[in-house]
Design a protein around this ligand. Structure first.
Ligand code: PGA
Length: 253
């Protein structure tokens, strides 16, 4: 695992955009796994900036979303497909039909999860971007999720709903259910890029990277993957042991 501690959240976004740019430019038909959440906003802005200023093209990319709320209309501004469209896809040259996600309004959500799991596996994600929840979740895989989990409908934890309430108007509650790629689905990607910013993530990051690998910290599953970059700002890194995080890690200040 490579651990990169950038100077601040802006630098985290720039470093992440650099990794995405290298991936997109090196591959003929890149399958890019996108995440959502506040941490991703800087990355999306930086990718849009590179597209506008330097012509970074997403024309050959197929992008796959990790998860989606159940219970929101497709056009709801908080539906993850809407978020990614608004912050990224509509500003770049991503092809029509190249932004893939879960349809939370499908008549049979279980069948929709099965369809999407097959689609993501067939696409063979080359680079999967991840955030991490304050409770250690990745995508919407909450603590207790088995590592062999695949795409499915889940209940969101109280902590996750509380954390995400800031995105919703005061008179709207955060949905209680979501659809999410499973941990096994995520680990099947060739490369993982996990981004975390802020002191609120420090404990989850430390437990994910240095703690035991078990389902009480879903993000600890990334220790099982052979090609992972963890990109942190200093507050998110503050729980890591300064001398030797875990064998083979690299800390760049
Ligand atoms: P955040 O969410 O970027 O909004 O903190 C990350 C996550 O829950 O995965």
């Amino acid at each position: 695992m490579r651990i990169v501690v950038a100077d601040d959240a802006d630098r985290v976004a720039q470093e992440a955009a650099g990794i995405v740019e290298r991936f997109v430019s090196a591959s003929e038909s890149p399958a890019l796994g996108l995440a959502t959440g506040g941490t991703m906003e800087g990355l999306f802005a930086e990718l849009v900036r590179r597209h506008r200023r330097r012509g970074l093209s997403f024309g050959a990319v197929d992008a796959y979303l990790l998860d989606e709320y159940v219970g929101l209309d497709r056009c709801d501004p908080n539906a993850y497909r809407s978020v990614v469209h608004r912050l990224f896809a509509c500003h770049v040259d991503l092809g029509i039909g190249s932004l893939h996600g879960l349809d939370a309004q499908a008549p049979d959500l279980g069948a929709e999860c099965t369809r999407y799991e097959r689609k993501v596996r067939a696409a063979s994600i080359g680079l999967q971007i991840l955030g991490i929840g304050s409770n250690g979740h990745i995508a919407f895989n909450e603590p207790g999720t088995p590592f062999d989990s695949v795409t499915r409908v889940v209940e969101l934890s109280r902590q996750t709903r509380g954390d995400n309430a800031r995105f919703f108007p005061a008179d709207h509650s955060v949905p209680v259910r979501a659809m999410t790629q499973g941990i096994a689905t995520i680990l099947a990607a060739s490369e993982l890029l996990l981004m975390a910013c802020g002191a609120g993530k420090a404990s989850a990051v430390a437990r994910a990277v240095e703690g035991p690998i078990n389902d009480s910290v879903p993000a600890s599953a990334v220790q099982l993957h052979s090609n992972v970059t963890l990109l942190l700002d200093p507050p998110a890194a503050q729980g890591l042991s300064a001398s030797s995080p875990v064998g083979g890690n690299q800390i760049l200040a």
